[in-house]
Design a protein around this ligand. Sequence first.
Ligand SMILES: *[C@@H]1O[C@H](CO)[C@@H](O)[C@H](O)[C@H]1NC(C)=O
Ligand SMILES: *[C@@H]1O[C@H](CO)[C@@H](O)[C@H](O)[C@H]1NC(C)=O
Ligand SMILES: *[C@@H]1O[C@H](CO)[C@@H](O)[C@H](O)[C@H]1NC(C)=O
Ligand SMILES: *[C@@H]1O[C@H](CO)[C@@H](O)[C@H](O)[C@H]1NC(C)=O
Ligand SMILES: *[C@@H]1O[C@H](CO)[C@@H](O)[C@H](O)[C@H]1NC(C)=O
Ligand SMILES: *[C@@H]1O[C@H](CO)[C@@H](O)[C@H](O)[C@H]1NC(C)=O
Length: 254
Amino acid sequence: MNTLLVSLELCTFCLILLSRKSAAFDYRYEACVPKNCGNGPNITFPFYIQDLHESYCGYPGFQINCRSHGYPTINLPENDYLVENISYLTRSFRVYNDAFSSISNRRCLPQIGNTTLPIREFNYVDETRLYLFSNCTRPLSKDLSRYEIVCRDNWDLAIWNTDENLVKGLQMCEKNVVAPVEVHGNEERNGIGNYLEILRRGFMLNWTASDCSICEESGGRCGFNTSTYHFKCFCPDRPHLWSCKPGKLYIWQP
Ligand SMILES: *[C@@H]1O[C@H](CO)[C@@H](O)[C@H](O)[C@H]1NC(C)=O
Ligand SMILES: *[C@@H]1O[C@H](CO)[C@@H](O)[C@H](O)[C@H]1NC(C)=O
Ligand SMILES: *[C@@H]1O[C@H](CO)[C@@H](O)[C@H](O)[C@H]1NC(C)=O
Ligand SMILES: *[C@@H]1O[C@H](CO)[C@@H](O)[C@H](O)[C@H]1NC(C)=O
Ligand SMILES: *[C@@H]1O[C@H](CO)[C@@H](O)[C@H](O)[C@H]1NC(C)=O
Ligand SMILES: *[C@@H]1O[C@H](CO)[C@@H](O)[C@H](O)[C@H]1NC(C)=O
């Protein structure tokens, strides 16, 4: 009776082990499941969330952090940017300066820094820039006074990069920062009335990285091995070169 119970128990134990074993996926495949910060877009290759993913789930430099407001942010040298949207299809994403995420009805521009892209894999989609000036020599000339913003706690003037008076601003003001923006319609011609809205809208960046679609379509999750510096396709069974489906040889195209 005792031996029967023991062997039954052992057997159940075996079965549990066996079923666990067969249901288990490769740990890298499991680690790289798309995740999000509560709000905002799902994060997957070439991006990875610093505390929720392993760094091999993305490319070096494509690191996302979750902030207390529940949105993903990307940290560039001088500012944090909130990642509003990611299009994995067009390999582009929309960001705006995190300093604008907490502004309410105040019409004052917060203090911000220049924008420096941290890695060469990121590129601007749009070339439009808004210059913000402070420490300007007073009184302002007639040319410049029409660029004065309403609340001048931090900034005096806002001038488009395409504006003929930009050079005057650069000459007459001691401090400036250059903010990447995206213009819609006639905004550039309509002066700077809605600068806060324009800065809050942010701008688009695109990226260069290995194409994940072959791996993804074969049921895998893309990743990157930083020690070998090679793309990986993490499949349910184990990491593969490009695809979870055998038989086809894919030529590497960066
Ligand atoms: C994130 O992925 C989940 C599961 O695929 C999906 O239901 C959800 O709509 C996605 N969220 C966004 C913001 O795309
Ligand atoms: C994200 O981008 C898609 C496609 O461009 C768009 O349909 C969607 O409204 C955007 N979502 C947000 C929150 O901006
Ligand atoms: C990024 O966008 C710019 C401007 O539209 C374009 O010239 C460039 O080819 C794009 N780069 C990638 C990798 O899509
Ligand atoms: C701008 O003016 C402020 C206050 O007058 C001063 O503290 C700051 O050093 C000045 N900055 C520059 C870059 O001139
Ligand atoms: C921002 O960059 C511009 C050049 O693009 C430079 O002239 C300016 O001094 C920089 N501003 C700050 C605050 O570093
Ligand atoms: C990266 O490659 C090294 C050497 O081949 C290997 O030991 C390691 O397990 C790989 N890491 C991942 C995450 O695949």
